[in-house]
Design a protein around this ligand. Structure first.
Ligand code: HEM
Length: 489
């Protein structure tokens, strides 16, 4: 391959990019000048290298891969990328922590974001999930507050457990997520060993327009493994990019990470009797009643060639859905369908869909979205830029199976302004504590939470113990005793 010779940004030949053109000692002049295009464009570009990092989920690793259908689900969904055993679709994957900034450590206790973009023949489909199955809040207006309470205190500029627990004791619908967060799952040992959950309830829509509710699950083929708190803290200091490196090195070695994509499916008739857990993302669906049905496998097989171009500029959004998969009345899902493209217009510019990691592989014809900063396409040439033109080459065609129907769910679920926290919110966390955790996990959980309570005001500690007491009385006793032990030390 021939080696490139250096040029300026617009291609003019340059003898050496490491020497300013008008450097006094070289050119003989007394001053560097405004005519030194090399120097000026180098400095000016450097000043503009940074773009806003994601307001949440800023630290991440990513890779390219492939999804292959292993089970025929065409009776459930018209989505073409899920139809036909053996069918392959290119994917882009990004795994993030939530609270930390772009340069923060990987091995921290946090919820991991699990994003997948499927480049299908019908446009991009994104699953933008988390590594735990439930979320902290169910009213989207609380989302910014939730995240601020996990990030830096406005005065001290440090993470702050008082703020954290003040938020959660006043919004105790988060107990289920808190049990997961402070459990072993809170610190995965490898990106290759995490589960991924779509979390929300979506609809699978069949060719004939019939639909079922569904939840998406990615299950790693290798065992799900974790770090202990002390080991994770040590690694966070020794190698802040530990997970990023682990993923990169595994792909370089040819040890490609693999996940199975599964769905849980619920018939609409069952949904009518299911109650509020249907669209409340602080709840899971029992796998006994709604078993996992394998759909396909995702394999990551290619590291990015350039992190900024391919991963930082990637724009995942729950609003990217193909025909055959549809949204539901979950208010969190609908809020997210606004929030992500909005964030991306701010972070990447209005034409972010034209950037390489976001570009659909199928033809795109959206001539009523044009112009704007940094258009890189031919911008629809002279095609009419107004709708209903007789001169437009565009063809109007109904798309497959976009169901427009009324959710037949009782109004007590959909019609409420706020779902108040009640006993039902503690049933699944109790199950997790008593049936899924073993005694060693319970003890570690208590010790981990107790450590966070050391420096917070006593009434808040009491409120935390009381909140977890609604999950289980013994949990509260164990936590109360542990806090006392620590304060005696
Ligand atoms: C109302 C609730 C929520 C709002 C308003 C919200 C908002 C956001 C925003 C603005 C971003 C940055 C997007 C970007 O700049 O590209 C983001 C990232 C992310 N969020 Fe949320 N979020 C919400 C709930 C959730 C939930 C429930 C999940 C998981 C099920 C989730 C998973 C993620 C992930 C994985 C990312 C990183 C996407 C990437 O890899 O680029 N979020 N969120």
């Amino acid at each position: 391959m021939s080696r490139p010779t250096y040029t300026l940004a617009e291609g003019q030949p340059l003898s050496d990019p490491s020497i300013s053109l008008t450097l006094p000692t070289i050119g003989g002049g007394a001053h560097t000048t405004l005519g030194d295009t090399l120097l000026l464009e180098t400095l000016a570009h450097f000043n503009r290298e940074r773009i806003p990092e994601r307001v949440v989920h800023a630290k991440a690793a990513g890779a390219w891969g492939e999804f292959e259908v292993t089970n025929d689900v065409s009776a459930l969904t018209a989505a073409k990328f899920l139809n036909g055993v053996g069918k392959k679709t290119k994917v882009l994957f990004r795994l993030s922590t939530t609270g930390g900034e772009k340069g923060s450590a990987d091995t921290v206790r946090d919820v991991r974001g699990f994003s997948v973009k499927f480049f299908t023949e019908e446009g991009n489909h994104d699953i933008v999930g988390n590594h735990i199955p439930v979320f902290f809040v169910r009213d989207p207006v609380r989302f910014p507050s939730l995240n601020r309470s996990h990030k830096r205190h406005p005065a001290t500029n440090r993470p702050d457990w008082t703020m954290f627990w003040d938020f959660h004791t006043n919004q105790p619908e988060s107990v289920h997520s808190l049990l997961h967060l402070f459990g072993s799952r809170g610190i995965p040992s490898s990106i290759r060993a995490v589960t991924g959950f779509g979390v929300h309830t979506f609809k699978l829509v069949a060719e004939d327009g019939s639909f079922r509710y569904c939840k998406f699950h990615f299950r790693p083929v290798r065992p799900i493994t974790h770090f202990s708190g002390p080991e994770a803290s040590r690694l966070a200091g020794a190698n802040a990019d530990y997970h990023t490196q682990d993923l990169w090195d595994a792909i370089t070695r040819g040890e490609y990470p693999v996940w199975k994509l599964c769905v849980q499916v619920m018939e609409p008739e069952r949904a009518e009797r299911f109650g509020r857990g249907l669209f409340d993302i602080t709840k899971v669906w029992s796998q006994r009643e709604f078993p996992l049905l394998e759909v396909g496998r995702m394999t990551l097989n290619q590291n990015p060639e350039n992190y900024f171009a391919e991963i930082e500029q990637a724009a995942f959004s729950p609003s990217n859905m193909v025909p055959g998969i549809a949204m539901t009345p979950d208010p969190m899902l609908q809020a997210r369908m606004f929030a992500y493209p909005d964030a991306q217009r701010y972070r990447l510019g209005v034409n972010y869909t034209q950037l390489p990691p976001n570009r659909a592989i199928c033809p795109v014809y959206a001539p009523y979205e044009r112009d704007g900063f940094a258009t890189t396409t031919r911008n629809y040439g002279g095609d009419p830029n107004y709708v209903r033109s007789s001169l437009s080459p565009g063809v109007v065609k109904p798309t497959a199976a976009q169901v427009r129907h009324h959710e037949r769910i009782p109004s007590f679920v959909l019609g409420q302004h706020e779902i108040p926290v009640d006993e039902e919110d503690f049933v699944q966390p109790r199950d997790l504590w008593n049936r899924v955790f073993d005694e060693s996990e319970r003890r570690t959980w208590v010790a981990t939470v107790a450590e966070t309570l050391g420096e917070i005001p006593t009434p808040l500690t009491e409120a935390v113990v009381e909140m977890f007491g609604r999950v289980d009385a013994r949990l509260a006793r164990m936590l109360g005793a542990k806090v006392k032990d620590i304060s005696r030390l």
